[in-house]
Design a binder for this molecule. Structure first.
Ligand SMILES: C[C@H](O)[C@H](O)[C@H]1CNC2=NC(N)=NC(=O)C2=N1
Length: 105
């Protein structure tokens, strides 16, 4: 069972994701979750991003909540098993940022 991030975990692993000057993740209002919107050149890029993230998510057994319209993908991460943020969300966020970077070139 995943465990919710402690205050110390949040300072060490969550804060950097939230404070990145460019393209930061944000906390979701009223819920222990983070969100980020990715915009690509077109739908093909957005869907390639989603396909790449889907494969990582399945391997990690940890899945994003997301919404796609054309070239935009809105991603929310939270761990349903513990109803809040866990280390799994931090790990998946890193994969998602890497996938977005490689598809933005
Ligand atoms: C049975 C399976 O391992 C669980 O349901 C996994 C699958 N993917 C998951 N994804 C997310 N975001 N949170 C979970 O708690 C979760 N649990």
């Amino acid at each position: 069972m995943a465990r919710r991030l402690s205050a110390e975990d949040r300072a060490q692993t969550l804060a950097p994701l939230l404070s990145a000057e460019h393209g930061a993740w944000a906390l979701v209002d009223g819920r222990d979750a983070i969100k980020k919107t990715f915009v690509f050149a077109d739908f093909n890029r957005a869907f390639a991003f989603m396909a790449s993230v889907a494969l990582s998510a399945e391997k990690m057994d940890h899945h994003p909540e997301w919404f796609n319209v054309y070239n935009r993908v809105e991603v929310t991460l939270s761990t349903h098993d513990c109803q809040g943020l866990s280390a799994r969300d931090i790990a998946l966020a890193a994969h998602i940022d890497a996938a977005a970077t490689s598809l933005s070139k």
